[in-house]
Write a protein that binds this ligand. Structure first.
Ligand SMILES: [Zn+2]
Ligand SMILES: [Zn+2]
Length: 272
């Protein structure tokens, strides 16, 4: 069992110390745990948001200390990865280009949390358009742009994030109006050799993963091979959460391996 996407207290919305997360991972039998705290330079351009910025130096120090303590304790056996989740927006590209190469990240997740300087988490529940396709197509265009952003990254974070915060009766991302753009996204990800994550932080959605199973199936049909699992845990009790559902989905679509990253180099490990 692995977990490629988790948050510690260094994230503005995180709560747990890195050491307590390693302890939990050890207890669950994880062989790989990536801590991927939020670096939200996209929020700098959003009026609605007052999130505090990640102190990467402090986060890195704290990661190194926890890694050291792991090596001299009974917590050995969990491969740790120092990661980050960046929030893509066109305006923040140059900032990431400058900032990201300064730190020795093992894994970089690139996610879309904002659209046209609007933070979807705060904005959507009260202001969603009458037509679902309006916001979903805008969101998918941003995801498409984010695949080749001009800075280095490894994993496309939670494709379908928008579904978490809408109240339409049907929240699925794949439907007639989005079929073409989703194919374009998946093909571009395949061409650039990026990894798609099965994110199980689905809030109240009826599905088990973001993206939903039909999209993962399509990704495989198109020749996609790079898949990883991420709980997107912000609390200890969510580390590894939903793994079994994700595992079954991955196997049923024909995937045999998870892709994990160390020093930004992909590695395949058997899904079990
Ligand atoms: Zn995210
Ligand atoms: Zn996250």
């Amino acid at each position: 069992m692995i977990d490629s996407h988790t948050h510690s207290l260094h994230s503005h919305d995180g709560h747990e110390t890195i050491l307590s997360m390693i302890r939990k991972a050890k207890k669950l039998g994880l062989v790989y745990l990536a801590i991927t705290d939020h670096l939200d330079l996209d929020y700098l351009f959003c009026e609605t948001s007052s999130e505090r910025k990640l102190n990467i130096k402090k986060y890195h120090k704290s990661f190194q200390r926890a890694s050291f303590l792991q090596t001299i304790s009974s917590l050995k056996g969990v491969q740790l990865a120092f990661g980050v989740e960046v929030g893509y927006s066109q305006k923040s590209v140059s900032l990431y280009k400058e900032e990201l190469p300064q730190y020795p990240f093992d894994i970089i997740i690139n996610s879309v949390h904002t659209l046209n300087d609007i933070d979807l988490y705060h904005f959507l529940p009260k202001n969603q358009p009458a037509e679902k396709k309006e916001i979903f197509i805008d969101y998918l265009n941003a995801v498409y742009d984010s695949i080749d952003p001009g800075y280095e990254y490894d994993v496309l974070g939670h494709i379908g994030y928008v579904s978490r915060y809408v109240t339409y009766f049907k929240k699925n991302l794949l439907f007639d109006d989005t079929r073409d753009i989703i194919d374009m996204i998946l093909k571009k990800a395949i061409n650039l050799d990026k990894t798609i994550e099965l994110n199980t932080n689905v809030k109240s959605l009826p599905q088990h993963t973001i993206p939903e199973s039909a999209i993962i199936k399509r990704y495989r049909e198109l020749g996609g091979e790079n898949l990883t699992f991420g709980s997107d845990a912000h609390l200890l009790n969510r580390i590894g959460d939903g793994y079994e559902n994700a595992r079954q989905l991955a196997l049923s679509c024909g995937f045999k391996y998870w892709t994990i990253y160390l020093k930004r180099i992909p590695k395949k490990i058997l899904i079990n």
